[in-house]
Design a protein around this ligand. Structure first.
Ligand code: MG
Length: 318
């Protein structure tokens, strides 16, 4: 009962109705699907779009090594402590190479075991779907493998986007963002620079860490579906806010969910001892070097306390 009341409070539209979408925080994915269901009853299922993030939303890594929190930590070290002996790579390309290896070797699971069934339930209502991940196109095989292994199937319900290329492509032209539905003022407010390659297929748009609000606007621009409401779910507040802003700018009704189920795990890693992951990576890279002595070390092999200038150059990553 308390949860129902809380949900009612969280879902109450703001009094001023300044925002097109409701901003909600939850640690239960069922709240997201209940909202999808409510819109489907109102608008008809095929006019509702469910957009979801992947990492720490639909899937989380089974171990810390290679997790979203691990990647953020490594990115932070690269930017702020480039001499750290905890770094697995010399540069960002090397980090992506290491991440790709860990995605290949590791498995993932839904943060709540019931999420695949909940998603299937929403898909059964006829709603359209789109996955928006910050992962880049280079990780598509591992990403699709883990989605499938966990019982997700987003291809059949994907938002129809006849104008959207498949394969790898640049999502916008920095000189003419309006040609893909990004008004110049919006593009400038988002700070969009030169585009990075994305890929679209099997219901997944892999955005290479680009602005998710802009990516969703491009997707809606390329779609011929008559979407009346969007429900968005992501574990990162900045992405939720950006989608919220994009929906507001479009005047599109909907709800955005900041999904916090994995926050405890993320904080445990963030503030915890990093020695276990550092040791795990050291053992893995040693094993690979022993098995493939001719190959360049993954990520540049920066697992020892070697000065950056003494490390071997990294082969082009992903
Ligand atoms: Mg995420």
């Amino acid at each position: 009962m308390f949860r129902l009341l809380l949900a009612a409070v969280l879902w109450a539209p703001t009094a001023a109705s300044l925002y097109a979408a409701d901003y909600c925080e939850t640690n239960d994915f069922a709240d997201v699907i209940q909202r999808v269901d409510a819109y489907a009853q109102q608008q008809g299922g095929d006019r509702v779009l469910l957009v979801a993030d992947i990492d720490n939303t639909l899937l989380a890594m089974d171990q810390d090594l290679g997790s979203d929190a691990w990647f953020e930590w490594q990115s932070f070290l690269l930017a702020n402590e480039p001499g750290s002996d905890k770094l697995v790579a010399d540069d960002f390309d090397g980090l992506l190479e290491a991440q790709g290896l860990l995605f290949t070797l590791g498995h993932m699971h839904p943060p709540q075991p019931e999420i695949p069934a909940l998603v299937k339930q929403a898909q059964g209502l006829g709603v359209k779907t789109l996955l928006l991940t910050s992962r880049g196109p280079e990780f598509r095989p591992q990403t699709e493998r883990e989605l499938t292994r966990n019982g997700y199937a987003f291809g059949p319900t994907v938002l129809p986007m006849p104008g959207m290329p498949t394969g790898v492509f640049y999502p916008y032209d920095a000189q003419r963002p309006e040609s893909v539905g990004l008004p110049r003022a919006y593009a400038e407010a988002c700070g969009l620079g030169d585009p990075r390659p994305v890929s679209f297929g099997s219901g997944v748009l892999m955005t290479s860490g680009q602005h998710k609000g802009a990516m969703l606007r491009i997707a809606l621009h390329q779609s011929d579906a008559d979407i009346a409401a969007v429900v968005y779910v992501d574990d990162h507040g900045r992405h939720v806010s950006r989608i919220d802003d994009a929906l507001e700018d479009l005047g599109m009704p909907g709800a955005v969910f900041h999904y916090q189920r994995e926050d405890t795990n993320v904080d445990r890693f963030k503030y915890g001892d990093k020695a276990p992951v550092t040791e795990a990576w050291r053992r893995l890279s040693k094993a690979i070097e022993a098995a493939f002595p001719q190959a360049a070390p993954v990520g540049g092999g920066a697992v020892e306390a070697v000065p950056a200038e003494a490390r071997r150059p990294v082969a082009a990553g992903h």
